[in-house]
Design a protein around this ligand. Structure first.
Ligand code: NAD
Length: 507
């Protein structure tokens, strides 16, 4: 951070979005956006000044006055148009994403597509934001509920899904009648900004969507701002916990989706080939930088003999730049992420785990400066080892063994995190037992990364989440609205008067 303003005079600056205009920040603090496969500086991102953050919130507050009263159909049609624009620009969005984040082009399209599904869902807002009515709760009295928008809401996003996660946030917030201030990850804000351009092109009025950039100071300003009513955060457990505590103390509604340690159980009756493919894809895809990546596998009974085949499978994966055809594992996002992952591998060895496959310092022709670490596998991993206790967020898979499903479930439930988990088995009884007894919010049965589609909500649990409601689907309609109940009586000539009623009962 804080690269001198003239360090990369040729790199374009990322703009702020305030009051419907993309504007140059007046800040003196800038950071480079760097291609993690090549170290090429793609752009410079500003750390917005306190005045600019206030302007963004003020513009959202002003726009709320009219947006909250905009008819449902008008709001919905903006998102019908946005989904079309995202589809038309899919290749460009994916290319931007790969350049600044590193993941492969097909996976970048997946990142955009999983966000697009939320935009499609937001276009259904008319049926999602319905209230309820009970007729005749007392003589001539009806009660009904209305789900009203909160006001200015804010979103703070991580680096690993720079398209999907902003799209988890602003479409549903805005479709429900709120206005929004987004603070994207300062590591890869470019694809997010392109999505915001498309959102304006789709018809989002000036001030309804605003974007500020920055890091800790910008996030703290959002947590403290009196005019922001709700915050959706996705990122690490440490920062999310801070955001939850600080913003809750300031009276805001907050939801934080945070770090993870996702375990899978492999039963000996599982389909071996399908299972090994699923494990390798979910552990090493996106270079392990998914909050739902499988990072620990508990091999039950005879499946412990499959380790050599899993290693062979991992060795077949191609490590290269995300734009290269056939690449399976791209670079990790930054040089500091690379040294953290390499350091954890070193700690794993020192802690006594068995390094079955060492992916450090792979030879990647044409990308010698990239932040690469290849698929890495440890066996004999136990709680207390750093590779188990910490979220590695790199292409590192840890293995341990268990005698039976009960021991495996007990092992997973003892871990504090609750983001995702999966079982691989051909037994319906084992799968059902797992589904019932596992204490993790998102469960896969022969599905390694069980991220629900937006007909449902993202339901991470325990240490992976703070706040009750998830970031999309039905739950987020509740998050972004305040339920108001109205109890109404209309008198007509036939209404019998009961005189003065001094009781709490409706008569
Ligand atoms: P991060 O917590 O470092 O950053 C998230 C956001 O917080 C960014 O916008 C960043 O600018 C801001 N931030 C960073 N440091 C801050 C500080 N000290 N004070 C205030 N704000 C700060 O996370 P990341 O490295 O960008 O993303 C990876 C993490 O996100 C992983 O832990 C991953 O599991 C988690 N994640 C969780 C989910 C989920 O749904 N549970 C989804 C994606 C990512």
């Amino acid at each position: 951070m804080n690269a001198p303003a003239n360090a990369n005079v040729l790199a374009p600056s990322v703009k702020l979005l305030i009051g419907g205009k993309f504007v140059e920040s007046k800040t003196t603090q800038w950071r480079d956006v760097v291609n993690p496969a090549t170290q090429q500086v793609l752009a410079r991102v500003p750390f917005a000044t306190p005045e600019e953050i206030n302007e963004a919130v003020a513009s959202a507050k002003q726009a709320f006055k009219t947006w909250k009263k905009t008819p449902i159909g008008t709001r919905a049609r903006v998102f019908l148009k946005l989904q079309q624009l995202i589809r038309e620009n899919m290749s460009e969005l994916a290319a931007l994403l790969t350049a600044e984040q590193g993941k492969t082009l097909p996976d970048a399209e997946g990142d955009v597509f999983r966000g697009l599904e939320v935009v499609e869902h937001a276009a259904n807002i008319g049926t999602l934001q319905l209230g309820e009515l009970a007729n005749n709760v007392a003589n001539g009295v009806d009660t009904y509920s209305i789900m009203q928008p909160l006001g200015v809401c804010a979103g703070i996003t991580p680096f690993n899904f720079p398209a999907m996660i902003p799209l988890w946030m602003f479409p549903m917030a805005i479709a429900t009648g709120n206005t929004f201030v987004l603070k994207p990850s300062e590591q890869d804000p470019m694809v997010t900004m392109r999505l915001c351009e498309l959102a304006l092109e789709a018809g989002i009025p000036a001030g309804v969507l605003n974007v500020i950039h920055g890091g800790e100071d910008a996030v703290n300003a959002i947590c403290d701002h009196a005019d922001i009513k709700a915050i959706s955060f996705v990122g690490s457990t440490k920062v999310g916990t801070h955001v939850y505590n600080r913003a809750s103390l300031n009276g805001k509604r907050v939801q934080c989706m945070m770090g993870a340690k996702n375990h899978a159980i492999v039963m000996p009756d599982a389909n071996k080939d399908q299972t090994l493919n699923a494990l390798a894809g979910a552990a090493f895809g996106a270079a392990g930088q998914r909050c739902m990546a499988l990072s620990h596998v508990v091999l039950v009974g005879e499946s412990q003999k499959w380790i050599p085949e899993l290693i062979e499978k991992a060795k077949t994966l191609k490590v290269s730049g995300g734009t290269e055809k056939g690449t399976d594992v791209g670079p990790v996002v930054s040089c500091s992420a690379l040294s953290r992952v390499e350091g954890l591998i070193e700690r794993g060895v020192a802690d006594g785990a068995k390094l079955e496959l060492d992916g450090r310092k792979p030879h990647v022709p044409g990308y010698e400066k990239g932040n690469f670490v290849g698929p890495t596998i440890f066996s004999g991993v136990k709680p207390g080892m750093s590779v188990y206790d910490q979220e590695i967020f790199g292409p590192v898979l840890c293995l341990s063994g268990a005698d039976d499903i009960d021991a495996a479930i007990e092992f997973i439930n003892a871990n504090p995190n609750g983001n995702g988990t999966a079982i691989f088995t051909q037994s319906g009884a084992a799968a059902r037992k797992f589904q019932e007894d596992i204490d993790v919010g998102q469960v896969g049965i022969n599905v390694p990364i069980p991220v629900p589609v937006p007909l449902f909500s993202f339901t991470g649990s325990r240490a992976s989440k703070l706040g009750d409601l998830g970031p999309y689907g039905k739950q987020v309609v509740l998050f972004y609205t305040q339920t108001k109940t109205v109890t109404a009586r209309w008198f007509d000539d036939s209404t019998t008067s009961h005189g003065v009623n001094t009781t709490i009962s409706l008569k």
